[in-house]
Design a binder for this molecule. Structure first.
Ligand SMILES: C[S@@+](CC[C@H](N)C(=O)[O-])C[C@H]1O[C@@H](n2cnc3c(N)ncnc32)[C@H](O)[C@@H]1O
Length: 247
């Protein structure tokens, strides 16, 4: 709450207001099937299911995050429209071809080894004309030092790409790019909130996680906040549509 404004269980820079507008972009409704890639503990996914009445499936590397997501769906009484399973986005998606209406990927594509391979998989599972929306918080829009790159990569493998790179990969993979939007301001806002929450709960967090983990988290969030505030690293939203094959 202190970190995000409205806490919907997100583990990313997304806000509830962004998700509400993205539900419209993805044309989500009771008849839609949504696939959420890198769903984490499924905060955004359960929020979208509850808001729109769609069916939703999360794919996520972390088994514990999946368990948290399942408990969350049960607590929200949406478990009949929810499913989630462990999957590595570096492998083919465990989803049948042409069966999904909309795909979402919030702040995860920068951790995937081969983005073009993932985009091809998204194209394969989407029905023709289905929509894909993702956010990428790793767009290079200014000067960044090697130390900042190191601190910003605290969560493992991380790709930073120039402006226009994602649009080209989308086109190459059979998507029509409908819209892009600069969402760096949400990083500035959320990282600032996270820093305040970390400061307010310093003692208890150090007791739970230890001083080294606490300091690492502070360094990470401060770096993210600084890079976003001076627009050296930006976060963008990409909305695209799977191009229907010509017969
Ligand atoms: C920044 S979090 C975003 C979580 C969620 N989308 C949200 O907005 O709350 C990125 C998530 O991607 C997951 N992830 C990273 N690499 C992955 C991979 N190769 N396959 C599946 N999930 C992955 C992480 O475990 C983490 O839960």
């Amino acid at each position: 709450m202190e970190a995000y404004g409205e806490d919907i269980g997100q583990h990313s820079w997304v806000s509830a207001a962004e998700l509400q507008s993205d539900a419209v972009r993805l044309r989500l409704g009771q008849a839609s099937g949504l696939l959420d890639l890198g769903s984490g503990p499924c905060g955004p996914l359960t929020f979208l299911i509850a808001q729109t009445g769609c069916r939703g499936m999360g794919l996520e590397l972390s088994p514990s995050a999946i368990r948290v997501g399942q408990a969350r769906a049960e607590a929200m009484q949406i478990q009949e429209r929810f499913s989630a399973q462990v999957a590595d986005l570096n492998n083919p998606l465990p989803v049948e071809t042409g069966t999904v209406d909309a795909v979402l990927a919030i702040d995860v594509v920068l951790h995937v080894l081969d983005r073009s391979a993932l985009l091809s998989e998204v194209k394969r599972v989407l029905r023709p004309g289905g929509r894909f929306l993702f956010t990428d918080a790793g767009i290079i829009t200014g000067v960044i030092t090697n130390e900042e790159i190191r601190l910003r990569s605290a969560h493992g493998y991380t790709q930073f790409v120039p402006m226009g790179w994602n649009e080209q990969r989308l086109k190459d993979s059979g998507f029509h790019v409908l819209e892009t939007e600069d969402r760096t301001e949400s990083v500035v806002r959320n990282a600032g909130g996270r820093l305040r929450a970390l400061a307010n709960h310093r003692e208890e967090l150090i007791t739970i996680d230890g001083a080294a983990a606490y300091e690492k988290q502070i360094d990470y969030v401060r770096t993210v906040a600084d890079l976003a505030a001076r627009r050296a690293l930006s976060r963008y939203m990409y909305l695209s549509e799977a191009v229907e094959a010509k017969t």
